[in-house]
Design a protein around this ligand. Structure first.
Ligand SMILES: [Cu+2]
Length: 148
């Protein structure tokens, strides 16, 4: 009788190990993403537009307060600032166009990375270029959404 009990205990153990393995498969990659910062790739292009791979109208979406890495590649349009900056990247609150502290950069040609914490306040934001990079400079902006 004890032998039967052991066998069913072994079965129960095997079942729970399988369940744990399935959980790891299902949630492993997701929890890894939470731990390592999200990398956001942006192109500040020669035609005075921000671009993101696979997005026709690029939108950056982040969680409130999350740590993110911006990897921005800048390519010169027509004009540049005296300090050599070819585009800017500045985050504004959409409702009053006020600047978000710590989110204001001047971009040099090539790739550059910025490690940042997303705004704590969920809502709509807008990224604008702050260098008069060409006649189309006014059109150089993109949506930025902070979700709770
Ligand atoms: Cu620009």
């Amino acid at each position: 009788m004890d032998g039967e009990g052991d066998a069913s205990n072994m079965n129960a153990l095997r079942q729970s190990l399988l369940a744990a393995a399935a959980l790891t498969l299902a949630f492993g990659p997701q929890s890894a993403q939470v731990q390592s910062p999200q990398v956001i790739e942006i192109l500040a292009d020669h035609d005075s537009r921000f671009k993101m791979a696979g997005q026709k109208e690029p939108v950056i979406t982040v969680h409130a307060g999350e740590q993110v890495t911006l990897r921005i590649t800048a390519i010169k349009a027509k004009n540049h600032n005296r300090d050599g900056s070819i585009h800017g990247f500045s985050l504004l609150r959409a409702k009053d166009r006020s600047r978000v502290p710590g989110w204001d950069f001047l971009l040099k040609p090539g790739a550059q990375e910025f490690m940042l914490n997303a705004p704590a306040e969920p809502g709509e934001y807008v990224v604008v270029c702050t260098v008069i990079c060409s006649a189309d400079h006014e059109g150089m902006h993109m949506r930025f959404v902070v979700v709770a």
